[in-house]
Every structure is written in structure tokens, then in C-alpha cells.
Design a protein around this ligand. Structure first.
Ligand SMILES: [Zn+2]
Length: 213
């Protein structure tokens, strides 16, 4: 019997939690054409992440694999998604981060292109800001960074790193690509992702109505 360097029980539980979340996100059309990837922390040195190229509405436990915090496969023949490094970067940065969700919804993609030039989206005055951990009032603003897309994950991770000390930073957009959101567990990461999606959608709707930026 092979001894795994992480808990198989935790792998099972975290995979189940991610499967439930990704079914919801997929049913909303936020994971088109097998895109998007999802992960959860197993321990200080390992995370479970979706194997790349799978339909996110049909995931089973076999569609997950373990990686170390440098994004290398652990006890798996599968190749992790190229974007794994953007997940493990967050786990390395903050031991309190337990889940990272990355989706490609239409709202996220359009917002990432619309706001690319300013380099961020300002989300201010929304009651839903209170869904973000640590925010207790609508009367505040958070800046969601918009980073240039790249296939160079080391370079992209470096660009993300510049923003990670920002308080209440729980997500970022990549131009023409999608949104990364995270939290201490799958439930909190989902709440952050949904709140950001909602506020981005409201920002785009305001622009459509001709509201000044
Ligand atoms: Zn992506």
C-alpha cells in the first residue's frame, strides 16, 4: 500500500466540497468550455486541485489531484493545470487561505476588459461588500486589481504578488480571462466569488445606463 504524504480523508472531503461548488458555478455558465480551476488546502504543504481540461459540471473525485505548494503533482500521474501556480502562490502567501476558486464568467470577462486600462475596478457603496471577510459596512471601497493576461505563470504570479498586501484583498481579475477569488474555506471563497461577480455585474450595468465612471 502506498503511503500518501497527505490525508486521503481530507482529500476526499475537500474534493466533495469542491464538486458541490463547481456544479453550482458550472450551472450558472461561469466555467465555459472546460475552463476554470478550483482548489482547496489539504495541509501546510499540499492542496487538492482540479485536473485540467475536465468539464466542471461533471466532476468526480477522479478529476482532482494533489499538488505541493510549488504546483507540482504529488502521488498523481496527471498534469496539473498551468494556472496551478496562481493557486499555490495564495496558499504560500497566507496560511489562513483554504480555498481558491477561478472562473471565466461573461461578467468577469467583460469587466476585465472594460476596466483593464485603469488597472482596477473600484467597488464602493455596495451592501454586498459586507460579504467580504473583514468588511462591516457598505460605506467603504475595495479595489479589485485587473492584471494583464499572460501565459507566463511566473510573471503573472509576480504581478499578483504586488497586490497581496492590500487589506481585504480577496480576489483579482485577469484581462480577457476571468476572476480569482479565495477564502478560508470553500464556503467563504464561494461567498467572495458571488459577491464580486454581483458587484462587477452592477458596475457594468451602471455603465450601460450611462452612469459616469
Ligand atoms: Zn483561467
Amino acid at each position: 500500500m502506498i503511503t500518501l504524504p497527505f490525508s486521503a480523508h481530507d482529500f476526499h472531503l475537500q474534493s466533495l466540497a469542491l464538486i458541490a461548488a463547481t456544479r453550482t458555478l458550472s450551472s450558472r455558465g461561469w466555467t465555459p468550455a472546460t475552463s476554470s480551476n478550483f482548489s482547496a488546502r489539504l495541509d501546510a504543504k499540499h492542496a487538492v486541485i482540479t485536473v485540467s481540461g475536465r468539464d466542471k459540471g461533471q466532476l468526480t473525485e477522479a478529476d482532482f489531484m494533489a499538488v505541493d505548494m510549488r504546483g507540482h503533482a504529488v502521488a498523481s500521474e496527471h498534469r496539473p493545470s498551468a494556472e496551478t501556480l496562481l493557486h499555490t502562490q495564495l496558499y504560500r502567501h497566507d496560511a489562513g487561505i483554504g480555498c481558491v476558486l477561478h472562473t471565466h464568467s461573461m461578467t468577469q470577462t467583460v469587466a476585465s476588459r472594460y476596466f483593464a486600462r485603469s488597472g482596477h475596478v473600484e467597488l464602493a457603496g455596495y451592501e454586498l461588500l459586507k460579504a467580504i471577510d473583514g468588511v462591516t459596512t457598505h460605506d467603504t471601497a475595495i479595489r479589485l486589481p485587473v492584471l494583464s493576461n499572460s501565459q507566463d505563470m511566473e510573471g503573472l504570479a509576480e504581478a499578483v504578488g504586488v497586490h497581496l498586501e492590500q487589506p481585504q484583498m480577496r480576489g483579482y481579475l485577469i484581462e480577457g480571462h476571468g476572476l480569482y477569488a479565495w477564502g478560508r474555506d470553500v464556503g467563504e471563497a464561494m461567498r467572495h466569488l458571488e459577491a464580486m461577480e454581483f458587484m462587477l455585474s452592477a458596475e457594468l450595468e451602471l455603465r450601460r445606463l450611462g452612469a459616469p465612471p
